[in-house]
Design a protein around this ligand. Structure first.
Ligand code: UD1
Length: 415
């Protein structure tokens, strides 16, 4: 359990460099399993989700070590094994070991994955795709057992462009016999990063729009990859600055990955500039209300939804936020109501009547981005806000949210 205490009302200003991307790093840790040797991931963030994946890698014989900000994974000896324990439940990305261990031709059993409590988060697309690739998958008492002796390429059409399913199929296909084609694949930047990393290690993957072709190869080679900055962490600091009427420069991000957020922030009245590796934002309060719906990339990211909801509490007028990706992602609305927000949730749409402002209160993080949104709400609110984080969700994805915000002038501490 950790607590973050925020005293609101100070405009953020200054420059911050964002940590390496969590959602890009996690699939690379799984991808490293495919290579009988070393993979080096530079700019790898020091967050709990990565630590959990390292524990799981150790369960089937991979060794990891850090040299400053580089994570080195040695997968020379991968054993058949059981991937289990609290880390599986805590880290949704553990599901990617299904594809990676299948690619290594292993028998394995993996406990049903967990992650944030933001919806049902089924894995039927993953399992159906692996079965099409002749992996034998059976579910017994919450454990998925699979055997990939017969693994081979296949044509797969996803019903929905699931990020995790696309990654799992790529992982299984890299060393499979024959060619795999994925249609209606996810196009999130993290998919491109996974393909770049694997191609650097000798894989043969080509992406064209939402189609991905993977020609199986016999083996991979040692590789090194520099992770780009985390687009959601960057978005967190941009919205935090926007809601305080601040002026910041967020460095270490690719602007194009933030286009949908930038468009919404501009509509709300923020001035935004960008160069190759950074985004600047200047805001004057009050912001204007905006409406948006989350969507697969390049649409508005669901991971920014709760942060946007917190931001809109101070905007003038009524905003509407529609969540189309996850079915249970409005926990933030209830917590913001404790801070005086007026939010009506009907089905998958939340209507926020802004302008009344927020007042500090004690609130509880229900998932990673919800926790971050509540911290930013504390920055926008009058007085003191305490964010209780019973499961340490925020540290799953943010290396040092309080240190970063302090660099930008916020009055915030963690204990
Ligand atoms: C990833 C990200 C997460 C982000 C999400 C959507 C990581 C570690 N996590 O999660 O931060 O919010 O993409 O951009 O990268 N679905 C099914 N069956 C499946 C798979 C998915 O019905 O087999 C549904 C899910 O329940 C959800 C939707 O598809 O409603 C999107 O899920 P998906 O894109 O798979 O998200 P994740 O990969 O879990």
């Amino acid at each position: 359990m950790s607590f973050i205490e925020v005293i609101g009302g100070r405009p953020l200003s200054g420059e911050i460099k964002v940590q390496g991307s969590k959602n890009a790093a996690l699939p690379l840790l799984a991808a490293a399993v495919l290579h009988r040797g070393e993979s080096r991931i530079k700019n790898c963030p020091g967050i709990r989700d990565i630590g959990n994946m390292e524990v799981l890698l150790g369960q089937f014989g991979c060794r990891t070590r850090r040299e400053e900000r580089t994570l080195i994974i040695d997968a020379s000896d991968v054993a058949d094994g059981i991937v289990t324990g609290a880390e599986v439940k805590r880290t949704r990305a553990s599901v990617l070991f299904m594809g990676a261990l299948s690619g290594r031709g292993r028998h394995a059993a993996i406990a049903y994955p967990g992650g944030c409590s933001i919806g049902e988060r089924k894995i039927d697309f993953h399992i159906d795709a692996l079965r099409k690739m002749r992996v034998n998958v059976e579910e017994k008492d919450g454990t998925l057992c699979f055997d990939a002796k017969e693994l081979c390429g296949s044509d797969i059409v996803l019903k929905f462009p699931s990020v995790g399913a696309t990654e799992n199929i790529i992982l299984a296909a890299v060393l499979a016999r024959g060619t795999t084609r994925i249609q209606n694949a996810a196009t999130e930047p993290e998919i491109g990063i996974l393909c770049e990393f694997l191609n650097g290690a000798g894989a043969r993957i080509s992406c064209r729009g939402n189609s991905i072709t993977i020609e199986g190869v016999k083996e991979l080679r040692d590789t090194e990859y520099v992770l780009p900055g985390d687009r959601i962490v960057a978005g967190t600091y941009l919205t935090a600055a926007a809601g305080t009427g601040g002026k910041v420069r967020v460095a270490g991000v690719r602007k194009e990955e933030l286009n949908s957020l930038i468009a919404v922030l501009r509509e709300a009245g923020c001035e935004i500039g960008a160069d190759a590796g950074s985004v600047t934002l200047a805001a004057k309060l009050p912001l204007r209300a905006v409406s948006l719906a989350t969507a697969p990339y390049p649409g508005f990211p669901t991971d920014m939804q709760s942060l946007m909801m917190a931001l809109m509490c101070g905007a003038s007028g009524e905003s509407r936020i529609t969540e189309t990706i996850f079915e249970n992602r409005f926990h933030t609305a209830g917590e913001l109501a404790r801070m005086g927000a007026e939010i009506r949730v009907e089905g998958n749409t939340a209507s926020i009547t802004g302008g009344g402002g927020l007042t500090g209160a004690e609130v509880t993080a229900g998932d990673l981005r919800d926790g971050a949104a509540l911290v930013t709400a504390g920055l926008f609110a009058k007085g003191r806000t305490t964010v209780r984080d019973p499961e340490d969700y925020i540290r799953r994805g943010y290396e040092d949210i309080t240190g970063d915000l302090r660099k930008l002038g916020a009055c915030v501490r963690e204990y």
